[in-house]
Design a protein around this ligand. Structure first.
Ligand code: ATP
Ligand code: MG
Length: 400
């Protein structure tokens, strides 16, 4: 059979992009309380006062970034009613920016044209801060709100989170009133902020709690109307997707992903409607994908240890004693041209893989000799492990 023609036929989706993460719905539903707190915190700005610094936190997928984008848009729109106010909003996603220096350099670049961008190395912290103050001083705006999304990336090197909210007080920036909005889904980061950063960054804290199943159902319904063709979702599909995501994380992102995947399966199978069964299968596939991602992100020596277990499993030699796993490991590590570690190290790796749930362990007593030993089993499907290991260049060579 040759190629099938590409066609626009799709019984299931009217517009699947509506379920994607970067789609902006018209309304943010189920967040009235948080939105009103957020708006109240920004209200002084439109009245010309100094902005309060705001820290927005809550687990992943609960609408922090979406709410922020919507509120900022609204603020920019409403300021047009007030000729004495001129607000600028600068948004920076700090993902993968791991120091104050990097965050500041990226902020500086936001104020510069394409051919004036600085490279984010080669300046002292003082120089880079001065560049930022200069740009902020040059602004014509009465106010500048600086949104730092995923700000936890910065880790302990958080000087800028002290300096920036204070820049008016310290005289670094004079005419334009500066406000900072920090957003984070990392509770440890929030709890561990140093006292001085907490004092300056968190005038207001706004917490976005996880969604419950009813809230997620409503969010999904809002999207499903546009995303799916009429009547194609069976009644249980949305409640089931919502319940699953509510139980696991309370994340709208997860719920949307599940609903999309269920629809995608129905389409792939040319089914006339999306059913509960599709949701259950989608759930399983997403779960497997997650396991595979986790397996892939392990370090090389853990991969080699896992490979030894996989090979033993294929040879029907599981459960296997630590010594047997180690011998297999040595053989494979040599084949892969990797460092061969001591059996002690590999025993540690085995424990870690067990803790993560990839391996099972049984303790056996050795009868009259009185000793005991561990026997390992594989707790993940072999095809998933094999897929994950095949994707590692060094290890895939050993498979052939
Ligand atoms: N109340 C809501 N109504 C409609 N869609 C929502 C709502 N809350 C979240 N979403 C959708 O869920 C997804 C995740 O939301 P968002 O990106 O705002 O989460 P977040 O809290 O910023 O998560 P993270 O901490 O991972 O960045 C987006 O696709 C967003 O459109
Ligand atoms: Mg976000």
């Amino acid at each position: 059979m040759g190629l099938e023609p590409f066609t626009q036929d799709d019984q299931i989706f009217r517009d699947e992009d509506v379920l994607r993460d970067n789609y902006r719905p018209d309304d943010l539903i189920e967040r009235d309380k948080e939105l009103s707190e957020y708006q109240a915190a920004l209200k002084p700005v439109i009245k010309g006062a100094r902005p309060r610094n705001i820290f927005v936190y809550g687990q992943t997928g609960v609408g922090k970034s979406l709410a922020t984008a919507m509120i900022m848009n609204r603020l920019l729109l409403d300021q047009e009613n007030y000729p004495d106010i001129d607000i600028e909003v600068v948004e920076l996603t700090c993902k993968s920016l791991t120091s104050s220096y990097q965050v500041t350099a990226h902020l500086v670049n936001q104020f510069r044209s394409q051919d004036e961008q600085i490279t984010p190395t080669g300046y002292t912290p003082g120089m880079i801060n001065d560049m930022l103050w200069r740009h902020l001083n040059e602004l014509e705006a009465t106010h500048c709100l600086i949104v730092l999304d995923e700000v936890d990336s910065i880790g302990k090197d958080d000087d800028i989170l002290y300096e920036l909210p204070r820049c008016n007080d310290n005289g670094n920036v004079e005419d334009t009133k500066i406000g900072v909005v920090g957003i984070s889904n990392d509770f440890t980061f929030r709890d561990n902020l140093s006292g001085r950063v907490k004092d300056s960054l968190c005038d207001e804290e706004i917490h976005f709690p996880p969604y419950d199943a009813d809230q997620l159902s409503n969010i999904l319904m809002q999207r499903a109307e546009k995303a799916f063709t009429d009547g194609v979702l069976e009644d249980d599909v949305i409640p089931l997707s919502a319940a699953h995501a509510a139980q696991d994380s309370g994340s709208a992102r997860q719920a949307l992903k599940l609903l999309f995947k269920a629809g995608d399966l129905a389409r792939e199978r040319e089914a006339p409607s999306v059913t509960e069964q599709h949701v259950r299968e989608a759930e399983k596939l997403i779960e497997e994908g997650k396991v595979k991602d986790e397996l892939e992100s392990l370090p090389t020596q853990s991969h080699l240890t896992l490979l030894a277990i996989l090979m033993l499993s294929k040879g029907d030699a599981l459960p296997a004693k630590t010594r047997v796993v180690y011998e297999k490991y040595v053989e494979l590590a040599e084949l892969a041209d990797a460092d061969v570690k001591t059996d002690r190290t590999i025993r540690d790796r085995l424990s870690q893989l067990t803790l993560k749930g990839f391996l099972g362990v049984e303790e056996q007593n050795d009868g009259i000799h009185g000793g005991s030993y561990h026997q390992y089993t594989l707790e993940v499907r072999t095809d998933i492990v094999e897929d994950a290991l095949q994707s590692q260049t060094r290890i895939s060579e050993v498979f052939h």
